[in-house]
Design a protein around this ligand. Structure first.
Ligand code: ATR
Length: 274
């Protein structure tokens, strides 16, 4: 396997990561010699582990919880989206020896959302103000959304997003999360509420227009209680698995030069592992 591509995902914990399945599928499909491994790295070991990757022959890594912010201090530079979001999920080791931190979650979110009948000319409702919300908001702003209603249990965190991303972000108190849905064209849940083992998101959809698209970043289960409630009343729904698959594609392309396709075969493969 000389010249084989070696990549991986650094996280703690990382045993649940679906990324090896995704990237190995593409290595095989495109006939690229390579492998993608899980790298269980504790926070206190991040710097040393990261420093050793090039010597081990890696061409890059994905970075997941809890390292997405910390790795920003370890790379030579960050691309614009990573800087804007304040998090890196993909590192590229360039042939000139430099390392670049990128954020492909933004593109992953947009490409997944755009698999549905989405337009950006109406207000967008976002639930949550954590790391995932920052990627979602960066994407919406990239698409020109000027009215992003962002409801969070802790209002100060929503206000921080307005400070960071500008007046397109309108912080909404948690108690007003249902009424803010009026006139919205898109609703996004960026919290982990609705994930297996978590309580569902408590949100009445009564005010949401029937033609709004509803999406969730949670993909286990594929149909979260939010998506089920939305589908039951006739809204188009887009599950979170597509975001996972679409964020992996630019990373694979950066490391191998091959633009991989996110298709039903890959979806079924990952779906079967959830
Ligand atoms: P991530 O990086 O995955 O987005 P995070 O930064 O921990 O994770 O953010 C989690 C988000 O889920 C936050 O918006 C959080 O609200 P707070 O800012 O008030 O903590 C939200 N969240 C988590 N549990 C919640 C709950 N039980 N009710 C409402 N919001 C919740």
């Amino acid at each position: 396997m000389s010249n084989a591509i070696l990549a991986g995902v650094m996280g703690w914990p990382v045993a649940h990561s679906k990324s090896p399945l995704i990237h190995r599928h593409w290595f095989e499909r495109y006939g690229v010699a390579g492998d993608y491994v899980r790298l269980a790295v504790q926070p206190q070991d991040l710097e040393q582990a990261f420093a050793g990757l090039r010597a081990l022959g890696f061409c890059g890594v994905n970075v997941t919880v809890p390292h997405k912010q910390a790795v920003m201090a370890l790379v030579d530079r960050c691309d614009d989206l990573a800087t804007q979001v304040g998090a890196v999920n993909t590192v590229v080791f360039h042939p000139d020896g430099t390392t670049e931190g990128c954020n492909t979650d933004v593109i992953g979110f947009l490409h997944n959302l755009e698999s549905g009948p989405v337009t950006y000319d109406k207000p967008v409702a976002v639930i949550g103000a954590g790391g995932a919300a920052r990627a979602v908001v960066a994407g919406l702003i990239m698409r020109g959304c000027g009215d992003i209603r962002l409801a969070n249990r802790t209002l100060e965190k929503a206000q921080k997003l307005r400070d960071d991303f500008g007046p397109a972000v309108q912080p909404i108190p948690w108690e007003a999360r249902a009424t803010m849905l009026a006139d919205c064209g898109v609703l996004v849940n960026t919290t982990s509420l609705g994930m297996d083992g978590q309580p569902p998101l408590d949100l009445s959809l009564t005010a949401l227009p029937q033609d709004a698209v509803v999406t969730d970043i949670v993909y286990a289960p594929l149909q979260t209680p939010l998506l089920k409630a939305a589908a039951d009343r006739g809204n188009t729904t887009i599950d979170g698995l597509g975001m996972l698959l679409h964020q992996a594609a630019p990373a694979f392309a950066a490391w191998t030069g091959v633009e991989p396709v996110v298709d039903d075969e890959l979806r079924r493969l990952i779906q079967g592992s959830i």
